[in-house]
Design a protein around this ligand. Structure first.
Ligand SMILES: NC(=O)C[C@H](N)C(=O)O
Length: 486
């Protein structure tokens, strides 16, 4: 077994026992990246110097017997949507080419304080808009399980880097499924915490009423340990909830006996891949064997969720992306005559077609004559969707569903048809609209060895229970231990 095949907690145990140093393991990650990233293309930028310096400092703390956290010294990566002081941050867009932030996002600061060397910045769909990584201005990332396929998106680089054992864990963001769908596509655990659970200060905004930061890792205990480091109130983020985080690792082995797990009628739809459906149903049956009760629930407004999301998210994006004007950051059109032309040309050259598409849709939905018909109505439907979940959670402790209606698809397969790409989020985005936590867990493989993810949705701030439910399944199966053939 290679060093890079270890889970975060296995590595942490070796670091604590002095069997390996953080410098050694950081070098092992860099060597692995040199070996496989030409094929995977997960990294947009490496910070070798920064990571090795952090690793040295970690080793010194371990030697002195005063680690900064249980994961002190474990190398990780972060999606290139997180500001990192002095390290280029592009959001996968040309418009931020050459931009180096003057400060760290809160979560990056927390990881540094906890002693984790940050090896580099990971590829994503441009401004997190996409479900396949193909809208990145820097080319797509490839799925380590099948290189001709997508690792999902938008946190596809984060997913691929962890699945390819280039790093031990990663941070992503999830607006409509961007942590859970790539986790499902690469056999990882990924959790989108409750809206407000993790700080978004210094995270490039896409749709501010939906965006949330979360961890991705190869096992449930790793995911819990990483979430622990970032789940705290941040006075710098006005949407951050002043709610104390519990100990996410304490009750992980508590099992599911006596829990009621909801199976939403509306989530088994026509057009769903039969292997995905069969595998997810098997996972549900496994929960029954483990002592949980399955309860059919109804989320009647599910059919409006996709349209609601693709009105609200672009509307918010059109506002958030107004700041990229060629003046403040990154790319500026040089040969423009006058200010207006400079704005127009910088945005035209800087943004890719999916981003432009959404800015136009969002601007339209917010414009005076259409605001009530589209934006206001979508907000009302959003309330109905949230109420569906509130009612369902009166009956059950958590809800199970597929994370994605299909297994990882081929690169290029959906790029000409935005609607078929948007459909990839059909099971993940209602949870963002309702502000709830959602987790994706490896639950099996297709006949051609492509990973399938089970989604577990929970009540607000109930992340600990989601992790415990996920762990109960993980412990009984070997899916999480299977490594991508790379
Ligand atoms: N950012 C996300 O969560 C991904 C989603 N597919 C979107 O394009 O909005």
């Amino acid at each position: 077994m290679e060093l890079t095949d270890l889970s975060m907690l296995e590595l942490a145990a070796k670091l604590a026992a002095g069997e390996v140093s953080s410098v050694e393991v950081t070098r092992a990650c860099l060597a692995r990246i040199a070996q496989v990233d030409g094929k995977v293309k997960a990294f947009l930028c490496l910070d070798e110097k920064g990571a090795l310096a952090a690793a040295e400092a970690s080793d010194a703390r371990r030697k002195a017997g005063s680690p900064a956290s249980p994961l002190d010294g474990v190398p990780i990566g972060v999606k290139d949507l997180f500001l990192t002081e002095g390290v280029p941050t592009t959001a996968g867009s040309r418009i931020l080419e050459g931009f180096s932030p003057p400060y760290d996002s809160t979560v990056v600061g927390l990881l540094k304080k906890a002693g984790l060397p940050i090896v580099g910045k990971l590829n994503l769909d441009e401004f997190a808009m996409g479900s396949s990584n193909e809208s990145s201005a820097y080319g797509p990332t490839h799925n380590p399980w099948a290189l001709d396929r997508t690792p999902g998106g938008s946190s596809g680089g984060s997913a691929a880097a962890v699945a390819a054992r280039e790093v031990f864990g990663a941070l992503g963001t999830d607006t409509g499924g961007s942590i859970r769908q790539p986790a499902a596509f690469t056999n990882l655990v990924g959790i989108k915490p409750t809206y407000g659970r993790v700080s978004r200060y210094g995270v490039i905004a896409y749709a501010s009423s939906l965006d949330q930061v979360g961890p991705m890792a190869r096992t449930v205990p790793d995911t819990a340990a990483l979430l622990q480091l970032i789940a705290q109130h941040d006075p710098l983020d006005s949407t951050s909830a002043p709610v104390e985080a519990p100990n996410y690792s304490e009750d992980l082995e508590g099992g599911v006996r006596g829990l009621k797990l909801g199976v939403p009628r509306e989530y088994f739809i026509e057009g769903m891949d039969p292997e995905v459906e069969a595998t997810v149903r098997q996972a549900m049956a496994a929960y029954e064997r483990l002592g949980a009760t399955l309860v059919e629930v109804s989320l009647p407004h599910t059919k409006y969720a996709l349209a609601t999301y693709y009105l609200l998210a672009p509307a918010e994006a059109s506002s958030n992306l107004a700041r990229y004007d060629g003046v403040r950051y990154g790319l500026r059109a040089k040969d423009a005559k006058g200010l207006r032309e400079m704005y127009g040309q910088s945005r035209d050259r800087g943004f890719g077609s999916e981003v432009k598409h959404r800015i136009m849709l969002g601007t339209y939905a917010l414009s005076a004559g259409y605001y009530d018909a589209y934006y206001v109505r979508a907000q009302k439907v959003r309330t109905l969707i949230r109420q569906d979940f509130t009612k369902a959670f009166e009956q059950v402790d958590a809800i199970l569903s597929p994370a994605s209606p299909v297994p990882p698809f081929k690169l290029g397969e959906k790029t000409d048809n935005p609607l078929s790409m948007y459909l990839m989020d059909v099971f993940t985005l209602p949870c963002n609209l309702a502000g709830l936590p959602g987790l994706s867990l490896p639950c099996g493989f297709t006949k051609s060895n492509l990973p399938i993810g089970l989604q577990i949705l929970g009540k607000p701030f109930d992340e600990a229970r989601l992790l415990r439910i996920a762990r109960a399944f993980e412990r009984e199966h070997d899916f999480s231990r299977r490594l991508a053939p790379l």
